[in-house]
Ligand binder design. Sequence first.
Ligand SMILES: NC(=O)c1ccc[n+]([C@@H]2O[C@H](COP(=O)([O-])OP(=O)(O)OC[C@H]3O[C@@H](n4cnc5c(N)ncnc54)[C@H](O)[C@@H]3O)[C@@H](O)[C@H]2O)c1
Length: 285
Amino acid sequence: MAGLLVLGAGYLGAKLAEIALAAGREVTLADNWYATDRDQVAELERSGARVVTADIRDRRALDRLLDSEPERVYLLAAQASRPLSESDPDYTEETNLTGARRVAEAVVEAGGPALVYASSLQVYGPGLRGTVDPDRPYGRQGDLAHLSKVYAELCLELYAHRHGFDLALLRLGIVYGPSPVEHARPESQTVVDKFRRLAADGEPLPLDDGGRATIGLVHVEDAAAIVLAAPSSTGVSRANVAAETVTVADVAALARGDRPEGRPAWSVASDFEYRHSVAGYFAGP
Ligand SMILES: NC(=O)c1ccc[n+]([C@@H]2O[C@H](COP(=O)([O-])OP(=O)(O)OC[C@H]3O[C@@H](n4cnc5c(N)ncnc54)[C@H](O)[C@@H]3O)[C@@H](O)[C@H]2O)c1
């Protein structure tokens, strides 16, 4: 069976690799170690993953990876942090824009294995109301890390249409829960795990604007399983990957063991099955 090429051995890529290896799949994990240390994937390597140092901005490195004729390519490598997109806009653009385009070119050159791209619910912009399905137009963007998702989606779609490879654009909510790769840097931690840690330490939970913002959430095990199984159809497909929407104030209430108010401003349309909920995560060990 042809293997899986995971570009980006970070938080999501490592969990995806773990699940794929457990299912007996052959996995190559490639990363330039910008946000992840190579040591963090040593256990996955011992479990059978092929770990390669490669930069998605480097077309020749991509071609070498695709020489092994993977069945699917997962583009999870990105400069995903908003604060880092402000301190290093050039790197953010080079990786998220040029890098994404070069991945599409390398996929075409390799004869078009299916490509799966980890995008974000943030493409819909702020001020959402109602049920947000994947036909909702793109909205205003507040930083380069998320703006680049819009470009990468459209660029990958352009190449997929022009050259006829299957492409899944998966718009993920905020991902939480344990993964073989977790980042210690505060700017890389998402609200669920940050609140879980602060609540466990008896610290106050900081709420911007009273925590009124509504966010989409997905446990990393659910997210990785959904990404791994994509694409589920031929051609270009778009889907939301979030089990639920909650307000940040509700995440804080659940972290403290209080009852959430349960009034998110919008809800997410997503056809996948989810095993985890944020309430269950906070109630668990
Ligand atoms: N984690 C979330 O909450 C979340 C939510 C929505 C969307 N996403 C998207 O999912 C994808 C994966 O997210 P993640 O949480 O695993 O992020 P992550 O930062 O843990 O992983 C990204 C990996 O890409 C690597 N990388 C950066 N630049 C590179 C380059 N030029 N070449 C090769 N590798 C490079 C980093 O070293 C890192 O290991 C990202 O595109 C992210 O925007 C994540």
